[in-house]
Each structure stands twice: as C-alpha cells, then as structure tokens.
Design a protein around this ligand. Structure first.
Ligand SMILES: Cc1cc2nc3c(=O)[nH]c(=O)nc-3n(C[C@H](O)[C@H](O)[C@H](O)COP(=O)(O)O)c2cc1C
Length: 314
C-alpha cells in the first residue's frame, strides 16, 4: 500500500492520462496488468460544466479513476467539483476518486486558450486554482506539470515554485513530467529537477517521463513516491506486471492484450476510432507490418475484427 496524500493505492505504478487512449476499456487492461490507478484524458472543465453529449460519452467510466481538468478559472473548477460531488447529469461520477489539474499540455491549441502548460508562467493564478480545488473538493486533489514552458523559463525553476504552491495549498500530490512544454516529447526526460522538488518539498511526488522498464522505473522511485507511464503502456500494457516481477513473451502478450481490449470494447460499446488507435498502438513493434498497413484503411469495427482474427489464427 502507498499513500499519495489521502489517495491510497496498492502499488506505485500508475497509467498516465492520455488523450485518445484513456478510455475505460484500456484503463481496465492496464488495471488487469497491475496498474494501481489511472485517469480520464484531459477534459475541458468548461465543457464538463456545459454537460455536452460528447462529454457524457467520455465519462463512461465504469472503474475507479482520477478526473483531469483543463481550466484557468477558479469559478469553473468550483462548479465542476460541485457537479462531481452532487453526481449531476453524468452516470458513474462515483468512480472518480481524485481531481487533477492539467498544467502540462504542450499543444498549441491548448496554450492559445491559456490552458495546460501555459499556466506554468502564472503562479498567482495557479495558486488560486489550487486553493479552490482544495477548499471545494471532497476528494484528493492534484496537479500534473512540466518543467516550464521552455529552456529559458525553466531556468527560473517554475516547477519548484508550482510544487511549493501545491504543497502550501494542501494538494495531495503532484506529477512532474521531466520536459519543458517546448520540448514536446523530444530529448530525454530530465530527472534532476524532480530530485530537487523531492528534496525541497514534502508533497507526494509522482515521477513521469520515459519509463520503459524496471531500471528506468527504479531510477525515479529512488526519490519519487510513485511513477506514471504513458507511451510505453499503450504499446505494452503488461509493463505494470513486469515492474512487479512478471516476465512475458512480448508478442504473445500483445495479442492477449488486444483480445482483452476488444472484449472490453464490446462490453462498453467503445467506438471505431478508439478501437483502431488501440489496436494500431498494441501492434507496434510486432512482425505484423502488413496488418498494420491494412489497419490504416479500415472504416468499420468489423474491418478491424477481421484483421485481428487473421492475426490470431496465424
Ligand atoms: C497521445 C498522448 C496523449 C496525452 N494526453 C495527455 C492528457 O490527456 N493529459 C496529460 O496530463 N498528459 C497527456 N499526455 C502526456 C502523458 O501523460 C505523459 O506525461 C507523457 O507521455 C510522458 O510520459 P511517458 O514518457 O511515459 O509517455 C499525453 C501524451 C501522449 C503521447
């Protein structure tokens, strides 16, 4: 058992929030391989409040998770938290176990709306957002951040300032991805700033960035309370079991994961696009290059199933 503030988890291995990948089907696959926690993908708090049908589909939760918001407005966050507290409109809000604020998204579209990593430049506003979350939420609260907007900004240590604000505002934990926003996913994730945060604050810290195996996980766990895995997990969700001592034949296990995901997609009526993205991602680095090509031309769930069946029978 580990504790991230008030959030208790059975182990320190979490599946990172991933747009297009964090649907209930795939979160359950990660859970079956021993991931202790997962999140929704980033959701606009404004759209959550507007109670759109699109948001309703995204919130088909079915299993415990954190919800992650993009917001730069204390009022908006307060209203969103009230909706969760009162179980309004969306089914399954009782599955939400914590509320996370995204200060990490590097995409231009997000930054232009003054959301995600753009907020790393606005510590006073971030403090207001943190205090609002803490004051109004009945659930553990957290934030996910990058090191800064770019290399020049990082020199002033915004990550440390935000981490200290998270601590003084009473957040339960933070996650830090060891890259700047300008880096997107280029270069190597830098663990030194994370070490600095671990040394200078007492807030529970989840380390994130480039974990692909036991060695890279353990390097972060030397000073982090937990780790979060994104890109590797969507290709090989059994990483969570591998970190807990299990060994697998990678290609065989990928097919088991695909089958499991397809069962969930049936059960939860997951749409064609998500199904395609997951099967493509799980087939990466296998010998099935022709099937990968064929998948790009699929137009229906049935097209995907035919290709998967061809692979499973081969
Ligand atoms: C396709 C994709 C979608 C992502 N979506 C989100 C998201 O919705 N919220 C978030 O906080 N981070 C998101 N991230 C970032 C990941 O959570 C994670 O911080 C990043 O990939 C680094 O971890 P990794 O090296 O284990 O992948 C996304 C990353 C990718 C590649």
């Amino acid at each position: 058992m580990i504790k991230l503030g008030r959030l208790e988890l059975k182990n320190p291995y979490l599946f990172a929030p991933m747009s297009m990948f964090s649907d209930v089907g795939f979160r359950l696959v990660c859970e079956s391989y021993g991931a202790s926690y997962s999140f929704t993908e980033q959701l606009y708090a404004s759209e959550f409040i507007a109670k759109t049908d699109r948001m309703k589909r995204k919130l088909d939760l079915h299993s415990p998770c954190g919800i992650q918001f993009l917001s730069n407005s204390p009022e908006e966050l307060k209203t969103a938290i009230e909706i969760i507290k009162n179980h309004e409109f969306y089914q399954g809000l009782h599955h939400i176990k914590s509320i996370d604020l995204n200060l990490a998204c590097p995409m231009k579209k997000t930054r232009e709306q003054n959301l995600g990593s753009e907020l790393l430049k606005q510590a006073p506003l971030v403090e207001k957002l943190f205090l609002t979350m803490k004051k109004n939420s009945h659930l553990p609260v957290s934030a996910k951040l990058r090191l800064g907007v770019n290399a020049a900004h990082m020199k002033s240590k915004p990550y440390l300032r935000i981490a200290k604000l998270a601590e003084s505002s009473g957040l339960d934990f933070i996650t830090i991805h060891g890259r700047t926003s300008a880096q997107l996913y280029e270069g190597k994730s830098d663990i030194e700033p994370l070490k600095e945060v671990a040394k200078e604050t007492k807030i529970a810290l989840i380390g994130n960035g480039d974990v692909t195996d036991v060695a890279s996980a353990n390097k972060l766990l030397e000073f982090c309370d937990a780790i979060m895995i994104g890109r590797h997990a969507v290709k090989e969700p059994f990483i969570f079991s591998q970190l807990q001592g299990k060994t697998f034949d990678v290609e065989t296990e990928k097919f088991k994961a695909i089958k499991q995901y397809l069962n969930y997609s049936d059960k939860f009526n997951i749409g064609f696009q998500l199904m395609k993205v997951h099967v493509q991602s799980l087939l990466k680095n296998t010998s099935y290059t022709q099937e990968m090509m064929d998948l790009t031309h699929t137009k229906t769930k049935n097209d995907i199933l035919q290709i998967v069946n061809r692979i499973l029978k081969s």
